[in-house]
Design a protein around this ligand. Structure first.
Ligand SMILES: O=C(O)C(=O)C[C@]1(C(=O)O)C=C[C@@H](O)C=C1
Length: 93
């Protein structure tokens, strides 16, 4: 059991490292977007979640669970992007 848990812990470190890498792209998006109205993009959110669900099927992981995880992930990313977007605006004022 200890070996299994070590394996899970190692994978979790890698998953969180990748999530951090994803968040750096969110921050890049905040720098590139010119208008606060385009920070939230519902079409793109649905596109991201659909692609993640497809990837889940490819990797034998429940797609419905990935949809739930990505709903939280993308909403958290949007919230983070708004914070960064607003900070950039304040810095430029
Ligand atoms: O694709 C974008 O425009 C992003 O900013 C990335 C992202 C995401 O988390 O994938 C975040 C905010 C948008 O609403 C849509 C998608």
């Amino acid at each position: 059991m200890a070996e299994i848990r070590d394996g899970i812990d190692e994978l979790d470190r890698r998953i969180v490292a990748l999530l951090g890498e994803r968040m750096r792209y969110i921050e890049a998006a905040a720098r590139v977007k010119q208008d606060r109205d385009v920070v939230r993009d519902e079409w793109r959110k649905a596109d991201v979640i659909d692609k993640a669900a497809q990837a889940a099927e490819d990797h034998d992981f429940p797609p419905a669970l990935v949809r739930e995880i990505y709903e939280v992930l993308v909403e958290g990313s949007i919230a983070h992007e708004f914070v960064k977007f607003d900070q950039l605006g304040e810095a430029g004022e």
